[in-house]
Design a protein around this ligand. Structure first.
Ligand code: HEC
Length: 120
């Protein structure tokens, strides 16, 4: 293989990889912006890691405020709670609940999870 040929085959490999990357990226972009089901699953996981030390985070626990920390099912069933008000609340800082510095994705996921606890 001459020097030039080798260079060509190396660069065509790079081009092929670049194309594959673009195709994969394009595929990722077609996934819906808010896959609600996986948000709920990830929010469930987050709640059981980040919030469980203070809150009752699932429907197994009592539906009341315990030690002045509301359970997630109590929160979920509050009147006026929506897909907008919940993330907005989590975005602000609060007197009694420490700022957990949640990312925007985490807020969306944990909100989807809490809202999934609503009694229908
Ligand atoms: C260190 C304890 C602590 C942790 C950890 C914690 N919280 Fe809280 N949370 C509180 C307290 C205390 C309140 C009550 C605040 C109040 O009434 O002002 C509260 C209130 C809330 C409320 C508002 C309920 C209402 O009154 O409408 C929401 C929503 C909430 N927490 C979500 C979360 C989420 C989501 C996480 C995990 C990502 C989390 N909290 C982690 C202590 C905590």
């Amino acid at each position: 293989m001459s020097h030039t040929e080798r260079r060509l085959s190396v660069s065509s490999t790079i081009i092929a990889l670049a194309i594959a990357g673009t195709v994969l990226q394009a595929k990722a972009d077609t996934i819906p912006a808010s896959p609600v089901h996986s948000d709920v699953a990830e929010g469930d996981r987050l709640a059981h890691t980040l919030c469980v030390s203070c809150h009752v985070v699932d429907t197994i626990g009592p539906l009341i405020r315990t030690d002045r920390v509301p359970s997630f099912s109590w929160i979920a069933n509050q009147e006026g709670l929506t897909r907008t008000t919940l993330p907005a609340w989590l975005n602000r800082s609060h007197e009694r609940m420490p700022d957990l510095s949640l990312t925007r994705d985490e807020i969306r996921e944990v909100s989807a999870y809490i809202l999934s606890l609503r009694r229908k």
